[in-house]
Design a protein around this ligand. Structure first.
Ligand SMILES: [Zn+2]
Ligand SMILES: [Zn+2]
Ligand SMILES: [Zn+2]
Length: 91
């Protein structure tokens, strides 16, 4: 299957890669892969691969922190905890 080269940020504390843009596509040159240049354009087969392989990560900058999604999830978990604690107090 084909792979995409993605430029992005590496968040060092959680190890997540945040993709900014696709900079290149590596063609696997397989007739069974829908993304390949040599795959027939009007192929009706459902057996063909329509997924890309794992991105080839091109780290353009590194941040000594957690990614925004991890920060957001942590905040949400904290809020849920507080809500649960408040609900307990009332009962
Ligand atoms: Zn492919
Ligand atoms: Zn096909
Ligand atoms: Zn993260």
């Amino acid at each position: 299957m084909c792979q995409r080269r993605a430029a992005g940020t590496l968040w060092l504390k959680c190890g997540h890669f945040q993709r900014h843009m696709i900079t290149a596509i590596y063609d696997c040159m397989s007739v069974n892969c829908e993304h390949s240049y040599i795959h027939p354009k009007h192929c009706q087969s459902r057996a063909c691969i329509s997924m890309y392989g794992p991105d080839v990560q091109d780290v353009i900058d590194r941040v000594e922190d957690r990614c925004l999604q991890c920060q957001w999830q942590e905040q949400k978990a904290l809020q849920d905890q507080q809500k649960a604690a408040q609900a307990q107090e009332k009962s």
